[in-house]
Design a protein. Structure first.
Length: 407
């Protein structure tokens, strides 16, 4: 038998490695991940925004009806009433006030537009109609826009009365921009008494692959630390930077798949999340055009979900229809098999599939995401799995918030 000195030496050498890995990869971020982020130009933000988006989505659904999206009629019959209820009660899960590319105001108008948007958010917070999570995208840290971007953040946080918000840093090109931005976030928190999370927008090739050949994304993730909640992909800026013709710019382009797969690898285990981008083909106009937009959007949402990207961007109220139809259909369709495999795993039964702890974690995660967004409810999950929410949280590895995180 080996002596204790061999084990002691092994522990001595690897204990620092264990500690470093645990610090860098704390695991799944606790709490709910929104299914989307809605971007609204700063000059288009007014009180009651979320309710107006929900009403507009319901009106479009009533006026045009849902086209054939390839779903089974029985599944669609379960989904549609839930979608209608969601659009009436909580149509926007995550909002970004956009003072960057979506905003077309003049530089001398931005201060006033930001203040008005902040006042609108404050009003919605006061009457309880604001989305569950919100934040702002300001301009990049490139030289021409650096001071303007930080000023808009300062103005918004001073007037919006938010106590927790997410700041999106767009067009990141270098790890040093992340390092330099963290003290700015600290100063904003101290000045306004607000907890700030950070999202990095991946829309430049330099954010994916650096001049030294390294994957810049991974360095950015670990530079940002526990404040980082997500990497968001910018479909159109990234496509254009690669020289992809406008007619072929889409979130399902193979070149964009590469970037998003690297995003997923970079955030895996860190608590941050990889987030899909948007489609600018909007479901507006005559019925045929609306139906075309819904088919495209539903297909892109379904495709992203199948690839493990559980959040994307929505740019128009009518996109909420297919955001929730595709999302709810995905999670409701996944529930029977996931529930059966979870029950067999917990009971150690022979169910024809030998699942390991990592697979059980993924299965529980899918069920919890369906619960979080309203695709399924607690009673039917408990009936299908025999598990309460706390047991599912434990299987999925959803623990308490980590030190240094505002989640």
């Amino acid at each position: 038998m080996l002596g204790d000195d061999v084990y002691a030496e092994l522990d001595r050498r690897l204990a620092p490695v264990d500690a470093a890995r645990a610090a860098a990869y704390p695991g799944e971020r606790p709490g709910r991940q929104p299914v989307h982020t809605c971007y609204v130009p700063v000059d288009g933000v007014a009180p009651g925004l979320a309710a107006r988006w929900g009403a507009a989505a319901l009106e479009a659904l009533d006026e045009h009806g849902l086209p054939d999206l390839g779903y089974d009629a029985g599944l669609l019959g379960q989904v549609l009433p839930r979608v209608r209820a969601k659009l009436a009660a909580e149509p926007v899960e995550d909002l970004r006030v956009d003072a960057e590319d979506g905003y077309r105001g003049r530089p001398d108008e931005e201060d006033d537009d930001v203040r008005r948007a902040a006042a609108a958010i404050a009003a919605d917070l006061a009457d309880g109609t604001a989305p569950p999570s919100l934040g702002i995208r300001a301009k990049s840290l490139e030289g021409p826009t650096r001071r303007r971007g930080v000023r808009s953040l300062d103005l918004f946080l001073s007037a919006s009365r938010v106590r927790k918000a997410t700041v999106v840093l767009p067009k990141v090109t270098d790890v040093e921009q992340v390092h330099a931005f963290l003290p700015v976030l600290d100063a904003l928190e101290d000045a306004h008494g607000v907890a700030l999370d950070l999202e990095l927008q991946v829309e430049t090739p330099q954010a994916v692959l650096g001049a030294d050949g390294a994957v810049t994304l991974a360095r950015m993730v670990h530079a940002a630390g526990p404040r980082l909640t997500g990497l968001h992909h910018g479909t159109y800026d990234y496509s254009a930077a690669l020289g992809i013709a406008a007619a072929h710019q889409s979130s399902d382009h193979p070149a964009l798949d590469l970037a998003k797969q690297l995003m997923q690898v970079a955030v895996a285990g860190t608590g941050a999340r990889a987030v899909d981008g948007s489609t600018n083909l909007l479901p507006v106009g005559p019925r045929e055009q609306v139906h075309t937009g819904w088919r495209v959007h539903a297909g892109l949402v379904r495709r992203a979900l199948e690839r493990g990207l559980y959040q994307g961007w929505d740019l128009h109220p009518t996109q909420l229809v297919t955001r929730y139809v595709a999302t709810y259909a995905f999670f409701r369709g996944a529930l029977p098999a996931a529930a059966a495999r979870l029950a067999a795993y917990v009971e150690r039964a022979d169910a024809g599939v030998l699942d390991e702890p990592a697979t059980a974690r993924a299965l529980a995660g899918v069920v919890l995401r369906g619960l979080d967004c309203g695709a399924v409810d607690t009673a039917e999950v408990a009936a299908a799995t025999g598990l309460e929410r706390t047991a599912l949280d434990a299987l999925a590895g959803r623990g308490a918030a980590r030190p240094g995180s505002s989640a």
